[in-house]
Design a protein around this ligand. Structure first.
Ligand code: GAP
Length: 441
């Protein structure tokens, strides 16, 4: 994990947020290469699950929503994690994580049971001090909307993008008239005031989600649920995650979110352990019924053909971009060779690689080579966009630099190019080199 975190920083993928001021826990900034990777992933999500299908639509809703949204959704009352305080230095910790770190399985444990275990096992804080009383801590970030900062102006930054979809369900039904089943996707920021952010971007306070709410007739939910699980496994594999490293966890009743009747978490074997990458939940009609009750607006769907009315049920595949980026990087990262020949290589699928090509002149002090290489660069840049230029150091070093950021092909213009119009194309994974005519690149 440390190698990957260090590569991310060294090569401009991900930096600690506000680093110049000592950082801000749980926040991360994307550098140029990280942003390209993130865009490629999110574009791939749209391509696979929205553009590639006939039953999917996408929205981009506000991050700050009417606080009634979070009252109706149950987040104000229940979106909380167990917190416990060090009685000496008053640092706050996530109680379930402390227990887990002490080797205790916390699945299904109530707050009271966890507190009892602290006493029973004589558990201390990470600084070795006694721990106080445990309590639940709501994870929503609050702010005030408008110039008055009292209780009437409180609003929350969304802790999930899902509610931006549910609150627009009726707008979409009334403007697009989709047939059931249909889905609405949203990609965007979510915020959670995590008690203890950790494991690089895995648990951040500001992160991105790619979520789908798939509206269906309740009689079809089981088949559709299985289909979504299969579709996501296929997508994850296409992103380079080995199937043997992803695992379906049937989340037991006592551990499911308040809105779910069935959840499968797809876990991934990260270097820091097997952890939740994403979840697929059967949210029933929980959200639409709550909105109907709280807003007084009818959430029924009227079938165009039979005129039958129903409040659709929902299957929700939800994945965090950061957790996916971590899984993609961990799957792609390899160290190969020894001594002088040692290289670090990111074997990213081509569609995810920040740059598709690197173009170089063999020697940077030969103007005729540089001019020709510029021509090739412009040609590829026009066609593919994601192309980089590197004329620093010797060719071997350039290859190593590009391997480390996952560039699939390096194109080198040399003296032969000037004679016969061919360039060397070097493959990242096999390291094989072939001569290709510029016109056929
Ligand atoms: N709308 C459902 C929902 O938000 P969730 O399991 O709380 O469900 C969905 O979150 C996904 O969002 C997770 O599976 C994970 O990929 C990502 N996620 C959640 N909390 C996160 C955090 N603090 N940092 C990074 N990603 C997070």
């Amino acid at each position: 994990m440390e190698d990957i975190v260090s590569l991310c920083k060294r090569r401009g993928f991900i930096f600690p947020g506000s680093e110049v001021y000592g950082g801000l826990a749980g926040t991360w900034d994307y550098g140029p290469l990280g942003l390209l990777l993130k865009r490629n992933l999110e574009n791939g999500f749209y391509k696979t699950f929205v553009d590639g299908r006939e039953d999917m639509y996408a929205v981009d809703a506000s991050i700050i929503m009417n606080p009634k949204v979070w009252e109706a959704s149950g987040h104000v009352a229940t979106f909380a994690d167990p917190l416990i305080e060090d009685t000496v230095n008053h640092k706050r910790h996530r109680l379930d994580h402390l227990l887990e770190d002490a080797g205790i399985d916390v699945k299904g444990l109530t707050l009271a049971k966890m507190q009892a275990l602290v006493k029973e096992k004589g558990l201390k804080s990470p600084d070795g001090n006694p721990l106080g009383e445990a309590r639940m801590f709501n994870m929503m970030f609050s702010t005030h909307v408008g110039p008055v900062t009292d209780d009437s102006s409180v609003a929350y930054l969304r802790p999930e993008t899902a509610q931006g979809i549910f609150t627009n369900y009726k707008n979409i039904v009334d403007t697009i008239y989709p047939d059931l089943p249909f889905g609405i996707a949203q990609v965007g920021k979510a915020f959670r005031n995590e008690i203890s952010p950790r494991d690089f971007v895995f648990r951040s306070r500001e992160f991105n989600q790619m979520e789908i709410e798939y509206f269906c007739d309740p009689k079809d939910w089981e088949i559709l649920f299985e289909a979504w699980v299969a579709d996501y496994h296929a997508w994850l594999e296409s992103l380079g995650l080995p199937r043997e490293k992803t695992h379906d966890l049937e989340v037991p009743d006592e551990d499911r979110a308040h809105y779910s009747k069935r959840t499968i978490d797809i876990e991934f074997d990260y270097p820091v352990g097997r952890k939740e990458l994403m979840g697929i939940a059967y949210r029933t009609d929980f959200d639409l019924m709550n909105i109907q009750k709280a807003s007084g607006r009818n959430m029924e769907y009227i079938d165009k053909h039979s005129k039958a009315k129903l409040v659709p049920h929902v299957i929700e595949p939800s994945i965090g971009t950061e957790r996916l980026i971590m899984a993609v990087l961990c799957s792609a990262y390899a160290e190969e060779g020894e001594g002088e020949d040692k290289r670090v290589v990111l074997k990213l699928p081509e569609e995810l690689a920040p740059y598709k090509f690197c173009v170089s002149p063999l020697l940077k002090n030969k103007p005729e080579l540089v001019e020709k290489a510029r021509e090739v660069f412009n040609l590829l840049k026009q066609k593919y966009g994601f192309v980089t230029w590197d004329d620093n150091g010797n060719i071997g070093k350039r290859y190593r630099r590009q391997d480390e950021i996952g560039t699939p092909k390096c194109v080198v213009v040399d003296f032969e190019t000037l004679e016969d119009g061919t360039v060397t194309v070097r493959d990242r994974d096999t390291m094989e080199q072939v001569r290709v005519e510029v016109a056929n690149l």
